[in-house]
Ligand binder design. Structure first.
Ligand SMILES: [Zn+2]
Length: 70
């Protein structure tokens, strides 16, 4: 039975889609990822959660000291 796994995957995908859309509402969706500059579907600002996380890490680093942390 894969139903449960499918549903978990569906919920995860839906949550990710929401996170990718609802976070950083001040950013304009340009059709490109704000993290890696790849093409993304219309209305999105990041490819996936990794890019969202990367972007937020950089943002936080910038706010802290104005320098990127690797
Ligand atoms: Zn990306």
């Amino acid at each position: 039975m894969a139903d449960e796994a499918d549903q978990a995957q569906f919920i995860e995908a839906r949550d990710l889609a929401l996170a990718l859309r609802q976070r950083h509402t001040t950013l304009i969706a340009t059709g490109r990822c704000y993290s890696c500059d790849e093409d993304v579907p219309e209305g999105r600002k990041f490819c996936d959660r990794d890019c969202l996380d990367d972007f937020e890490r950089l943002e936080a680093a910038r706010k802290r000291g104005g320098r990127d942390v690797d």
